[in-house]
Every structure is written in C-alpha cells, then in structure tokens.
Design a protein around this ligand. Structure first.
Ligand code: ADP
Length: 260
C-alpha cells in the first residue's frame, strides 16, 4: 500500500536519509528503530508529506504523495509529531475537533456528524472525562491521549507517530501502545511509528525497520530484527535478548558494562 522507492531527503541539501526503499503493507504496525540521529524522524516526516525528497518517491496506493493535493493526503495519512508545543489553553473537545478540518465543508464549521465522530473518539481514547478542561492542565499521559484523539479525528487509514510515548511513565506508555494496538488490529489502521523502547517495539509492532546512518540496516519481524548481533552492531552496546514467555516476543535487555 505504501511504497518508498530510492528515497533520499534531509536538510540544507544534505541527505540524512539515503536511498531508502521499502514497502509497507496495509494494516501493518511498523516500528522505526535506531540510534539517535539515524534519520528516523526525517524518514517519517518525508513519509508524511512534510519534507520533500531530494530524490526518490513515496507512493500510497500507486500515487506519489508529493503529487497529491494536501487535502487529499490529509484524508489518507495523519501524522502526530513529537513533543508538539501547545501554549494556548484550548478546551480539549475543541482541540480534538481541529482534527476534523480536512473533512469539513468549505465554510469549515462542524456538523452533527463531526460532533458524533468526536464523541466516539473521546470514548475510545478515554478522553471524555477531561473534555471540558484546558489542555494545559493535563498530565503528560492525558495530553498525549488528546493529541492521539485529534489525530484520529482526521479519520485516515494510515497514522504516523513520532515517539508517541516519549517522556511518559511506563504505565502511560503501555496504555498508549495498547491504544495503538487496538487501532491496528480492530480498526485496521496502518500504524507507522518511531520508537526508542526496543521492548515495546518487539511487543507491539508487526514489523521493524532498523535504521543506521540514514539507511535501512535491517527490516523484518521483531524476532528477525531484534537479535543481539544486529542490535549490538547498530547501538554499539552489549545486550541480551530473551523471549517473553507469554507473548513469545523478543525482550532486549541492555547490559551496561565498562567494555563498551
Ligand atoms: P532520529 O529521529 O533518528 O534521532 P533525525 O531524523 O531527527 O534522527 O535526525 C537525523 C539527522 O538530521 C541528525 O544529524 C540531525 O541533526 C539532522 N537534523 C534533524 N532535523 C534537522 C533540521 N531541522 N535541520 C537540520 N538538520 C536536522
């Protein structure tokens, strides 16, 4: 469904993503992993239509996204950036409604069906209890759920997240990832996310793309990608990889020693 073909992109004419090609199939849950500076966010931005490639193409169902009208792309793919700065005291339900923008009529006012959709999304994301509060009053985990709710209000089949759980405690992290899993499995959304936590990547993602220095070092299922040799090579640190006896998914344990 998504085809990335010989993609190079970056900043100030310097490519930080270098000639990447990969396919992402419908309803998959893709984790983009790799060290800081590997080019994960840059790849995600380009994939989301926000950073024009220097060369190569990104196709959704055969159409180059950089040749699509913005409004059409906004109905196919939504993107939640990392650490989105918000300094205005938006009321949560209004803030979520902004996500409906691409679906609204020429005059951009909300109709009955938009309110209905927002209600459903607030139920699903468990954000209804703070619907009337200012977004600035919420905890990090609550705020992130509101941001996800706004992204869902865009109602796209593909959703891209940049580090959706950064700075959250493990309880909030796990509740966000469970939400993404339901979106993926029950709502058939294609999820593409950058992710630092290799254990969450192993547990929740159907496929991983391990990036190194702007290229794809390896891609495949979590079991294929999260092996100690490849992880040690890319991250330059010692790890032990075990298998979660319940889910059968790989668990990566960093071994902090003096050697590396
Ligand atoms: P990752 O998400 O893997 O940590 P990024 O895609 O954020 O990596 O960054 C890849 C490289 O691009 C880094 O060297 C970073 O300094 C550089 N970079 C990221 N954003 C910008 C920007 N807006 N302008 C210039 N260089 C940038």
């Amino acid at each position: 469904m998504i085809k990335i073909k010989n993609l190079s992109c970056g900043y100030n004419k310097i490519a930080v993503v270098d000639n990447i090609s990969t396919d992402i199939s419908e309803c998959s849950f893709i984790g983009i992993i790799g060290k800081n500076g590997a080019g994960k966010t840059t790849l995600l931005k380009s994939l989301s239509g926000l950073l024009k490639p220097y060369s190569g193409n990104i196709f959704i169902n055969g159409t180059d996204i950089y040749k699509m009208k913005r409004n059409l792309l906004a109905k196919k793919l939504s993107f939640l950036p990392q650490n989105m700065p918000i300094d205005f005291p938006f009321i949560v339900k209004d803030f979520i409604m902004f996500g409906r923008f691409p679906h609204m009529n020429f005059f951009k006012y909300a109709l009955k069906e938009d309110y209905k959709k927002i209600e459903e999304i607030m139920d699903f994301t468990e954000t209804k209890e703070f619907a009337e509060r200012s977004i600035l009053e919420l905890s990090g985990g609550e705020r992130q759920k509101v941001l996800i709710a706004q992204t869902l209000a865009q109602e796209t089949d593909i959703i891209a997240f940049d580090e959706p759980t950064s700075h959250l405690d493990i309880g909030s992290q796990s509740s966000i990832f469970r939400l993404l899993r339901i979106l993926n499995i029950e709502h058939k959304k294609t999820i593409i996310t950058t992710i630092h936590d290799l254990n969450a990547a192993g547990e929740f993602c159907s496929n991983l793309i391990l990036m190194d220095k702007g290229t794809i070092f390896k891609s495949g299922t979590p079991t294929e990608v999260l092996n100690y040799k490849d992880i040690e090579t890319v991250y330059n640190t010692t790890v032990v990889v075990k298998t979660n006896p319940v889910s059968n998914k790989p668990v990566v344990i960093p071994v902090f020693s003096d050697n590396k």
